[in-house]
Design a binder for this molecule. Sequence first.
Ligand code: HEC
Ligand code: HEC
Ligand code: HEC
Ligand code: HEC
Length: 422
Amino acid sequence: MWWTKRCAAVACAALALLALTVCATLPTAQPRFVFSGNDLGFIRPCGCSKPVLGGIARRAGMLHLLRQEGPLVPLSTGNLVAESGVQQQVKLEHMLFAMNAMGYKALAPGVGEFGLGLDYLRGIASLADFPFVCLNATQAGEPVFARSVALEGTAWRVTGLVPTDMNCADVVVEDPVAALGAFAAGLDAGTELVVLWNGPEEMVEKLEQALPAARRARTVIAVACVGDAPRPIAGAASMAVAVGSKGRDLLLLQADAVPYWRSIRLEESVVLDAECARILDAYRDVVRGENLVSGNPRSSSAAYSGGASCRECHEDCTTALATSGHMRAMQTLERTRDERDPECVRCHVVGYDDSEGWTLEKPALANVDCEACHGPSEAHAQTQSVTPVSKPAPRSCLRCHDMDNSPNFDFDTYWPKIRHGK
Ligand code: HEC
Ligand code: HEC
Ligand code: HEC
Ligand code: HEC
């Protein structure tokens, strides 16, 4: 129940100046850990909706601020990416470059990283200035990465654990509870431990029980958690924390006798770090260079005729929509050089997943033009309406106006802004 102690820390913080002096003069000088994890591919904020949270450049900017108060030990619980494919690889590599720049001390590769394949993962481990740690994954009886790493100049060691249901060819995953128990039993009493856990929060209690009783309250267990802001895990016997997700937050933890923690939201006001902004630009260049925007799978569809053809007959609709952001959605991406990124383009053009939809060769289908909602309508246009056109239902908006990109979407407030037709 260490989180109840947080009240002490918060009260302390509330006493502002006085608190600063008190905290600063506490005898313990434990490292200040900063945890991230479960970035799930969010190398940058999407930027689709205010507030714009997170991204590597903003995270690095925040670390600069935090370092003004003293040194930091940034650690990641993994799942920087959640899917496989070339773009995820490019992304992971650039996230590692950014983590080098941010001075990370260890990464526990998770289900997402192992999902890219062990050979690939081993290959890119050399790009990182910090070790990959994993206690319970082996190949032919040998650990696939360092089982743990000592933090220089401190009594602390960092290890990582993946869940047994992880899927990676040739890799055997030992039971994390048993692996941790055996590992902890071999540590000398003076060694302090951080466990980066890439599995479900519900397992924390079992992991704690694997630790010798005397060690429990002194061990930090950081969990790559799906969900909201970072927080201590209620009821935990260890200093267990959930680290947040999608790169929007950081969790600061100083494992003093009275542990101090802070959940840090990476708000728009944080000044972006120039080096990580350049890394992001380099990422965009590779995405462009590899022409990833043309490589998406498409299902066969009817022919599109382009919004210009609709305008001949539907003048009223055209006028009503002329000033809509939908009609400038591609320009929006051009402003940030994201117009070649499939992860952005797919919602900012007509029919990205369709065989007859937008491609680089069909710039007339850029923007969220008429057929992005009404569907491929060339037959209708050519037969002067004999062939009917679909009238989109309100829920069709959610395909693009999803929780990440349009969290405030509500049909009744959005539709009046683009109302047209009868
Ligand atoms: C040659 C003229 C012409 C062109 C080109 C044309 N339409 Fe139509 N459209 C009509 C007429 C006529 C109707 C039926 C009368 C009405 O509702 O305005 C119609 C009806 C519609 C309707 C209502 C359908 C319904 O079932 O009530 C939609 C939606 C529509 N058109 C969309 C489009 C889109 C999208 C395009 C461009 C791909 C397009 N139209 C191109 C003439 C045209
Ligand atoms: C193909 C993806 C897509 C679909 C489907 C879609 N939208 Fe959008 N919408 C966007 C994008 C992208 C933007 C931001 C455009 C910009 O400013 O660059 C946007 C912006 C908007 C805006 C604010 C800007 C404006 O146009 O004035 C409104 C309102 C809106 N959408 C309403 C709707 C409604 C209502 C529906 C469903 C009937 C819908 N959208 C369906 C992608 C979509
Ligand atoms: C799932 C669909 C989807 C994806 C993917 C997507 N967008 Fe958007 N984008 C939208 C929608 C919907 C809006 C309108 C949000 C609103 O106003 O509620 C929008 C709005 C925006 C805006 C704000 C436009 C303005 O001026 O108001 C920017 C900037 C933007 N998107 C950039 C991006 C970038 C960059 C990416 C890729 C990293 C991206 N989008 C990926 C759907 C998407
Ligand atoms: C963001 C999605 C979206 C875009 C873009 C869009 N529409 Fe619509 N359109 C709708 C929806 C939703 C309706 C209302 C359907 C209903 O009333 O059931 C509608 C209705 C219409 C109607 C009237 C249908 C009727 O009989 O009431 C016409 C005609 C039409 N749209 C044509 C166009 C044309 C032409 C364009 C391009 C200039 C366009 N739409 C762009 C979503 C869209």
